[in-house]
Ligand binder design. Structure first.
Ligand code: SAM
Ligand code: SF4
Length: 363
């Protein structure tokens, strides 16, 4: 029988400490999920499709990728079952992603199924999207119980938007963002921009930062990672978050917001005049693996313990072959225990590309 996790079962590690400096010797069979470095795992990203209607140059080739066959993709019932199990094991944040998650038919029904997990400890149910379908979907997402959203947007310039996404859709994405403003239960509205040296210009950065000053959106800049399907990433294409921050700070001074969650991927600043927030996600120049509390489930039911994993744990096949929750829990605990210590992007030859690209993993 599976035991419901309680605080009593917590190994001796601070929730916020991340790696304890001391490897733990034994994988607990009860209590919240923990890895061998003492990191508590609280955050699950679930990819619900590998398909996408954009072709962002830093993510996918123009012709797309070989999509998974429909029967390989987890059904809503399967996602629901695994989500329940994960929440019982201490996951308190679930983010639905893809590919482009809004392409999954009846997405609001899935959100409505997962939202009641709040009663079992789920604190946040969020979505990462390119935003193009939000003008149509925002009302249904809000009434289904979505509590947070991240919209990807790299530039406010029409032509450059087309250059990066290979789609002429800036107006629809902006309309999608506006439509979210009518639903105060979806908060915060975050915008994520991937910054690529050689593409992202000072004008793009200041226009996006300016948007965060005019609108109730938290703007975040993400460093380009070697997760593009074409394998074109080069170190010199990384535009460090500190450079972006200096550009913004010169125009509108920024103050770091004190007391931020150490497991957060972003460090967030507030404009000194109080007119909005802007965050920096710097996985390449300032890795945050020490405090990583994330795991990922791919659209075809493979558990990944790092964006850069080269191994996965198949949960779909056992589930479809009749595994009970105890069996699935054992598989999950074993996978989490073996979570990678850190990525090796900055370690030259030691770096090995992930076994899938960003859109196939679920970013
Ligand atoms: N299609 C949705 C979207 O774009 O928001 C969700 C999936 S997308 C893979 C999730 C996030 O990954 C997006 O914010 C996207 O910009 C980011 N991303 C994709 N490729 C990336 C890369 N090579 N480096 C850093 N971030 C990347
Ligand atoms: Fe699609 Fe998102 Fe990848 Fe862009 S970043 S191609 S929107 S999955």
């Amino acid at each position: 029988m599976t035991t419901t996790p309680t605080r009593r079962h917590l190994p001796m590690v601070s929730e916020s400490a991340g790696i304890t400096g001391q490897a733990l010797s034994e994988n607990p069979t009860t209590g919240p999920l923990i890895d061998s470095f003492g990191r508590l795992i609280r955050n699950l990203r679930i990819s619900i499709t590998d398909r996408c209607n954009f072709r962002c140059t830093y993510c996918m080739p123009e012709e797309g990728l070989d999509w998974l066959p429909n029967d390989a993709i987890l059904t809503f019932e399967e996602i629901d079952r695994l989500s329940r199990l994960f929440v019982r094991l201490g996951i308190n944040e679930i983010r639905l992603t893809g590919g482009e998650p809004t392409l999954r038919r009846d997405l609001p029904d899935l959100i409505a199924r997962l939202a009641p997990l709040e009663a079992d400890g789920l604190k946040s149910l969020s979505l990462t999207t390119n935003g193009i379908l939000l003008p149509r979907l925002a009302p249904a997402l809000a009434s289904a119980g979505l509590t947070r959203i991240n919209v990807s947007l790299d530039t406010l310039d029409q032509k450059r938007f087309w250059q990066v996404t290979r789609r002429d859709a800036l107006d629809q994405v902006m309309a999608g963002l506006e439509s979210l403003e009518a639903y105060p239960t979806i908060t915060p509205i975050k915008i994520n921009a991937v910054a690529v040296r050689g593409f992202t210009r000072e004008e793009d950065i200041l226009a996006l930062a300016g948007l965060a000053r005019r609108k109730p959106y938290v703007m975040r800049f993400i460093e380009f990672m070697p997760l593009d399907a074409e394998g074109n990433w080069e170190t010199d294409q990384v535009l460090p978050g500190d450079e972006i921050r200096a550009i913004i700070n010169a125009q509108w001074p920024l103050d770091v917001i004190p007391g931020q969650d150490p497991s957060s991927t972003a460090v967030t600043y507030r404009f000194s005049d109080g007119l909005g927030d802007v965050g920096f996600i710097n996985p390449v120049t300032q890795p945050f693996c020490r405090t990583c509390d994330r795991i990922r489930l791919t659209a075809d039911g493979q558990l990944r313990t790092c964006l850069f994993s080269v191994d996965e744990t198949d949960l779909k096949s056992p589930m479809r072959n009749g595994a009970d929750d105890d069996e699935l829990e054992r598989l999950i605990r074993r996978a989490v225990w073996a979570k990678e210590q850190k990525h090796k992007i900055n370690e030259g030859e030691a770096f090995q590309r992930a076994s899938r690209s960003m859109s196939q993993i679920g970013g």
